[in-house]
Design a protein around this ligand. Structure first.
Ligand code: EPZ
Length: 417
């Protein structure tokens, strides 16, 4: 699984740029099935989850070529419409392929995407929406089989603005007869990026970024080219790392409005984050003060994916920070590892109370999920002594060569297999 060895308390200084968004490129890779032609995707990050998605595209019959950060997909000759268990288990968000396979092939089957470290990760909203569009969905023996003989667009109201369900409906609705409106749709920037790609291939879709998305199905789709937006979670993570170590870092290739909820919190808590057109300049201005309360919400609220990295920072803030995790039911698995490093944290259900301590101590800790692993890296950067973080493959799912990026800023970090 590999491990990272980090010597803490070294200020990070310098400049880095942020890679393309994992949570944007994954649905876009699924959408490349729709046009039965060529899709050229620029700014595609080199991540484990992207490799998993490419493996699925190849299994389905696509040809996929990669030249640096450009991925070229040809989906003209699909040879099957199922995703086997081994590929589903590589990445649970592979469920995002369901809508695209149905759209293109008229039927799809995949194994139930298991839960993950964040909880059961149900897909009831995805399946209910596909049924409303006229899909026959059979759930049996851990398999989901969908057949769509006559899909008809209609209004679909989501009880929760689920990102994945919104994306699956968008991808299925492109091939429905008539108009589909998604009400209470997720508003994340990754949804807007998916809409841009679908429009580039000729789909008639509008409203992404708002709570109502409209798709007029049946358009003839053609080859498309797209540039993936920068990863707002990775940008936020590196900003928090710079604040933790007290350095001055310029983070480039970002979209400032995508991280404003995070940077507005940090400003005035003992650090300054100055946003430029496509960059952020981060520096510490004094003692780190606690944030009182942080509640995770759907976009544009505070992102759940930044909760673990920010919690790592708050372990060293003066005062107490209350976290309320409203999105996932089990997103505190990093807490026990932070406590091993000297943090003082109490969990009460979906609430975490973080009492700031004067220092953290390096320790051997285990990453058990992607953003929890990022939290451990941030804590290690701000700890006295050396830390060893195992389970790095979790972190590699969403952060491109993280040890190289941090070394570029002066961190003493190395990967050991
Ligand atoms: C996406 O997950 C992201 N993943 C997650 O990022 C992110 O944390 C999440 O959105 C919220 O922003 C990708 O885009 C690949 P949801 P997704 O459907 O689509 C419940 C990371 O670290 N729910 O908005 O799975 C669900 O259990 C990952 O990059 C249902 O109950 O998120 C959760 O509690 C982690 N039924 C909540 O909604 C459903 O059918 C949010 O889920 C679907 C979801």
């Amino acid at each position: 699984m590999g491990a990272l060895i980090i010597d803490g308390n070294i200020p990070l200084n310098g400049r880095i740029s942020v890679h393309g968004s994992k949570n944007s490129v994954l649905p876009i890779l699924a959408a490349a099935l729709l046009n039965g032609g060529e899709s050229i995707i620029h700014n595609c990050p080199d991540l484990r989850d992207v490799s998993s998605a490419v493996n699925i595209l190849k299994y389905l019959g696509c040809s996929v070529k990669r030249e640096k950060d450009v991925v070229i997909i040809d989906s003209s000759n699909l040879t099957c419409n199922d995703i086997p268990d081994n590929l589903m288990r590589e990445m649970r968000s592979s469920v995002i392929f369901l809508g695209a396979i149905i759209s293109r092939c008229g039927s799809a089957s995949l194994t139930f995407p298991g839960g993950c470290e964040l909880g059961p990760r149900p897909i009831d909203l995805h399946l209910a929406a596909l049924r409303e569009l006229g899909c026959a969905v059979l759930e049996e023996g851990g398999h989901i089989t969908c057949t769509a003989d006559n899909m008809q667009g209609k209004d679909i109201i989501l009880s929760f603005p689920s990102v994945g369900a919104t994306e699956n409906i968008m991808l299925a609705a492109v091939s429905c007869k008539g108009t589909t409106r998604i009400l209470n749709a997720a508003r994340e920037p990754e949804i807007e990026d998916l809409q841009r790609f679908l429009r580039a291939m000729g789909a008639n879709i509008s409203g992404a970024g708002s709570s109502t998305i409209e798709i007029v199905g049946g358009a003839r789709l053609h080859n498309a080219e797209h540039f993936v937006i920068p990863d707002r979670i990775v940008a936020s993570t590196y900003i928090i790392a710079a604040v933790m170590t007290g350095g001055e870092v310029l983070i480039e290739k970002i979209i400032p409005e995508h991280i404003m909820t995070v940077t507005s919190l940090l400003n005035g808590a003992g650090c300054s984050v100055t946003l430029g057109r496509d960059c952020a300049l981060v520096r510490r201005t004094g003692t780190l003060c606690a944030f009182r309360s942080i509640r995770t919400m759907p976009y544009p609220g505070f992102p759940t994916d930044v909760q673990p990295p920010l919690m790592a920072l708050t372990t060293r803030c003066v005062g107490t920070t209350v976290f309320i995790e409203n999105i996932f039911e089990n997103r505190y698995r990093h807490v026990s590892e932070l406590i091993r490093m000297g943090a003082d944290i109490k969990i009460e259900g979906k609430v975490a109370l973080v009492y700031g301590v004067r220092e953290l101590s390096g320790a051997k800790v285990a990453a058990t999920d992607l953003r929890g692993g990022a939290a451990l890296i941030i804590a290690a950067l701000g700890a006295d002594g050396t830390s060893e973080i195992t389970g790095v493959s979790h972190i590699d799912r969403g952060y491109e060569h993280i040890e190289n990026t941090l070394s570029q800023l002066g961190a003493k970090i190395r990967r050991v297999e």
